[in-house]
Design a protein around this ligand. Structure first.
Ligand code: LLP
Length: 434
């Protein structure tokens, strides 16, 4: 029997095993809920992308880890060691990356409404590139960069108008979007022209991102074509030659058996063919290419382990298996109706005996982690693992209901290392002044 996640197996005790560690033992040692991540599996994913970039673009490409997926000091260290750059979207992410010792020149700063303070933080620290969203931001950057006597390397976020078939909340490539300016409406070229007369901004590249959890290659190839057409339009209208093209992230992964993702390197291969053919057709130099996966680098390497408390069987209606975490540590079901797999840690391959809904402990009916999943009979005290939680779980966690956030434990070669400690009740009140 195989698991949805490559990094899981069953050990000689019959328990779930990850990174050479007995998942039950790690849960006993660090308590529950607990996020566990397999470090070598993350590194393996980093290498798949980095090697594909090298194969298809030589030294003319860079993979950025979209750190909104999972941000803490340690993951920036891993990304750094694997030779990736990072995509950051806030002062907090930039600060964390810098504190982890991440090289500033490989940090890219995105966002549709960066504050003056965030822009200043980026400029002061010589962040590699700001991905500019709009004309207002051009003014803010020009002013702050001028004050520091610096020139900012900038990419411009544009919307290519491609419909990626994914959840509405995580779609970004269409005209009706708060991100960037659309090519189709003419706003994108206006943005470039507006920036071109600013003396502290160096127009280096274009950026786009069509959405997240996308399973098809075509939307990425279509996007690459549209972007190169736009690079051509910019050259013709302004004489500016765009030298970098960031085609975003969003590569889909397997959360359930029904998900059928494409191998990660195939995205890079397909896009590279399109970029090369299209630039040749237009007589343009092939730009330096960036891609910025988040989820696919970390989600398949993470699980969250909970302890089962109440099991409530409502005859002919639903069986609730309630665990000691919930929407505070994983809001993906309540936000997107997202689906995750789940296993009993001490009986991962056991016969499936009933259909259950795994619910959290928050005061909210929608506080569900997994709806209608078949599991062996679970009872109070069992450890239960929700799968594929390495992305957008810890990073989107909250203290709703004043529940402390779980720790993150990195597993590698049979050793467990806490990289983010569990919050305490003291942490919960530390900012309450009176
Ligand atoms: N680049 C940009 C500009 C993005 O906005 C995103 C994700 C990425 C890269 C990385 O996309 P990924 O490879 O991770 O799909 N919270 C949602 C996902 C939100 C994605 C936001 N932007 C979830 O839990 O599914």
């Amino acid at each position: 029997m195989s698991f949805i996640m490559d990094c899981l197996s069953v050990n000689e005790k019959g328990n779930l095993s990850m990174g050479g560690c007995d998942v039950k033992e790690v849960a006993e040692t660090y308590g529950t809920p607990v996020y566990m991540m397999d470090e070598d599996d993350i590194r393996k994913n980093c290498r798949i992308y980095a090697n594909a970039m090298k194969k298809y673009y030589g030294d003319r490409g860079l993979v950025l880890y979209a750190s909104k997926a999972f941000s803490c000091k340690y993951i920036y260290k891993v990304a750094m060691e694997e030779g990736l750059g990072v995509d950051t979207v806030s002062g907090g992410e930039i600060y964390t990356a810098l504190k982890a010792g991440f090289p500033a020149e490989k940090i890219y700063f995105h966002g549709n409404n960066k504050t003056e303070d965030e822009i200043e933080l980026a400029i002061k620290n010589d962040i590699g590139c700001i991905v500019v969203d709009n004309c207002d931001e051009v003014d803010r950057i020009e002013e702050i960069a001028g004050r520091y006597g610096k020139t900012v390397k900038a990419m411009f976020r544009v919307s290519p108008g491609v419909d990626a078939h994914t959840h509405d909340f995580i779609k970004t490539g269409q005209i009706d979007s708060k991100f960037g300016e659309a090519i189709e409406t003419g706003d994108a070229i206006k943005l470039i022209k507006y920036a071109s007369i600013k003396k502290n901004i160096n127009i280096a590249g274009l950026h786009c991102h069509i959405g997240s959890q996308i399973f098809e290659l075509d939307p990425f190839c279509e996007t690459a074509e549209i972007m190169i057409d736009f690079i051509d339009e910019i050259r013709k209208e302004t004489g500016i030659v765009i030298s970098e093209l960031n085609l975003g992230g969003g590569f889909g992964i397997k959360y359930t058996e029904e998900d059928d993702p494409v191998d990660f390197d195939k995205f890079i291969e397909a896009v590279s063919k399109t970029v090369k053919a299209k630039t040749k057709e237009k007589g343009l130099p092939c730009p330096f290419i960036l891609m910025e996966p988040g989820r696919s680098l970390v989600a398949p390497s993470g699980i969250t382990v909970y302890k089962v408390g109440t099991v409530k069987r409502i005859k002919d209606i639903r069986n609730y298996v309630c665990v000691d975490g919930g929407m505070g540590d994983n809001p993906r079901f309540i936000m997107y109706g997202a689906r995750h797999g789940a296993l009993l840690v001490e009986n991962p391959l056991g016969e499936k005996e009933e259909t259950v809904t795994i619910a959290g402990k928050c005061c909210e009916s929608g506080d569900v982690l997994v709806e209608n999943i078949e599991l062996p009979k679970a009872k109070k005290g069992d450890y239960l693992a929700v799968l594929t939680t390495g992305a957008y779980n810890y990073s989107m966690a909250s203290n709703y209901n004043r529940i402390p956030r779980p720790p993150v434990v990195m597993l590698k070669n049979g050793k467990a290392t806490v990289v983010v400690k569990r919050e305490s009740y003291e942490d919960i009140i530390k900012n309450d002044l009176i």
